[in-house]
Design a protein around this ligand. Structure first.
Ligand code: AHR
Length: 525
């Protein structure tokens, strides 16, 4: 290991690049790529729903008031599952307010975001939107201000074929066929003091277990997610997961994880290394879940639903945990509309790599959120919609990560930041699809100002040639802070040519602070 060498370069010295050697071999398969790894999240928060996905009167609005421009961008990005309706919002939400004739729906106080919720958009509108973007719905029930009965009512409404009170109400409201929602979150961030109806682990564990058991009596095919910690920094982290899983193990299928990261204290290297923390968080939750499994002599394994993750400049927000910044009760205020830079896109790439590397146990993941609110997409009321920088790594991995996840064997230069030690300069993940004879390599160069020399042994996947390569990095007149706010397509991956491929070995110079993707054609097995 030659740690920190790349950052010690001075103009008098010959240029020393960080070097990384990778071996990618079909024999090191981790697991099939879980398709639900590429999920997103639509919360009734700020302008995610209203003027985000839904804006009757917008020039592109369809008959249902859905913005076609946002529909198009969402189809491109292609989230495979979308969590709804919250988030903190769900913990004081009455789902019944959002069904039935729109002119009869009540306006309510949303305590989570100090907003007025008009309920013009609800369950039917969301399921209609999900069908139009061809995504799976992941539904959350309110275990803050409500409980077992209301969760069962909602499930009867969405999934029961007919002939009962709630299923007939759905039919009367225009949906003859059940929505068939399979994936259900039992509440949201119930460990957080900011959560409306916050609970102790034991209070939540009992409620989640009884609610889940009753829901399974209505529909035995559903999959249930218990709330884990809302971040690994929570004082109850670890003990929360342990207690909750002790009380729910036979009932639930997943435990959730949430994590947000940001650049602070003029320390970009720590920010660029954030996925190290994500790796540890995931591994700690797996260990905790497996310890409960061993203690209880359970056969099944609990998988992980990383159902909120992203870069979030929470320092622009006040309080201990998410708190609204406005005092008036208003509809769809601008909340946490972070503009994402090239640096953020590279960091998001490393998060995707972390999730993919752990895809044997992280089998659901939702980037938070889809539009405007820390969004992949930005939209303006009555105006344009565009992709943020972070949408590109997401879209590329969703499209290209097919078949099997491969363990990448890596050696190379590392660096220390103020918080993390031995951080690989190049972060990598790979997949191999034997059905289509394709491999994909996902690479983040964390070096702020230098290229990284890369050598990849691809003989183990019988690589024939590079089918395509692209890289996202600062171009002419841009720097690491450039976003897509002013020029909406300023930052996007461009064709990448600084590589050679010979006898199964790929060599490349990865640009400074970049996200680079290779599609490899392999010899048919
Ligand atoms: O995604 C924004 C908020 O972050 C969600 O509502 C909450 O679950 C988390 O704290």
């Amino acid at each position: 290991m030659r740690k920190g060498r790349y950052s010690a370069t001075t103009s008098e010295e010959p240029e020393l690049l960080a070097v990384t050697k990778l071996t990618v071999d079909a024999a090191y398969a981790v697991a099939p790529v879980p398709r639900r790894l590429f999920g997103s999240f639509v919360e009734h928060m700020g302008r995610c729903v209203y003027t985000g996905i839904y804006e009757p009167g917008h020039p592109t609005a369809d008959d249902a008031g859905l913005r076609s421009d946002v529909l198009e961008l969402t189809r491109d990005i292609g989230p495979t599952v979308v969590r709804y309706p919250g988030g903190n919002f769900v913990s004081n939400y009455r789902w019944e307010d959002g069904v039935g004739p729109q002119d009869q729906r009540p306006t309510r106080l949303d305590l989570a975001w100090h907003s007025l919720e008009t309920n013009q958009f609800g369950l039917h509108e969301f399921c209609d939107w999900a069908t139009k973007v061809d995504t799976e719905v992941m539904m959350a029930v309110n275990l803050g201000t409500r409980g077992l009965q209301e969760a069962c009512d909602l499930l009867e409404y969405t999934n029961h074929p007919g002939g009962t009170h709630w299923s007939d109400r759905r039919i009367a409201n225009g949906a003859t066929d059940p929505f068939g929602v399979k994936l259900w979150c039992l509440g949201n961030e119930m460990d957080g003091p900011w959560q409306v109806g916050h609970k102790t682990a034991a209070e939540y564990g009992r409620l989640a277990n009884e609610t889940g058991k009753a829901m399974r009596l209505i529909d035995s095919d559903i999959e249930l997610v218990a709330c884990g910690s809302s971040s690994s920094r929570m004082p109850t982290f670890g003990s929360w997961e342990s207690t909750v899983l002790e009380m729910t193990y036979d009932t639930v299928d997943y435990i959730s994880l949430h994590a947000y990261y940001e650049e602070t204290d003029a320390d970009p290297l720590t920010f660029l290394a954030s996925a190290v923390n994500m790796d540890h968080f995931i591994e700690d939750v797996i260990s905790t879940a497996d310890a409960v499994r061993a203690r209880g002599r359970h056969a099944k394994k609990i998988n992980l639903s990383f159902d909120e993750w992203n870069v979030w400049y929470i320092k622009h927000f006040r309080g201990d945990g998410p708190q609204p910044t406005h005092t008036e009760w208003v509809t769809n205020p601008r909340l946490i509309e972070d503009e994402y830079s090239i640096t953020d896109a590279v960091v998001v790439g490393t998060f995707l790599n972390s999730l993919l590397r752990h895809g044997d146990r992280v089998t659901v993941a939702c980037q938070a959120q889809l539009v405007n609110v820390i969004g992949l997409i930005r939209s303006e009321k009555g105006g344009a919609a565009w992709k943020q920088t972070i949408a590109y790594p997401f879209e590329q991995m969703r499209r290209l990560a097919q078949g099997q996840i491969l363990q990448v064997v890596a050696t190379g230069d590392k660096f220390d930041s103020a918080t993390y030690t031995d951080v690989p300069v190049v972060d990598a993940a790979a997949t191999y699809d034997p059905e289509h004879d394709r491999a994909a390599l996902f690479l983040a160069n964390r070096s702020l100002d230098e290229s990284s020399r890369l050598e990849v042994d691809l003989r183990g996947v019988a690589a024939q040639q590079v089918a395509a390569a692209s890289s996202l990095h600062a171009g002419e007149g841009q720097n690491r802070h450039t976003t897509n706010l002013e020029v909406h397509d300023a930052i996007a991956p461009t064709a990448f040519a600084d590589f050679q491929f010979e006898s199964g070995t790929l060599t490349a110079n990865l640009p400074p602070l970049s996200w680079t993707v290779f599609e490899i054609e392999c010899r048919p097995g």
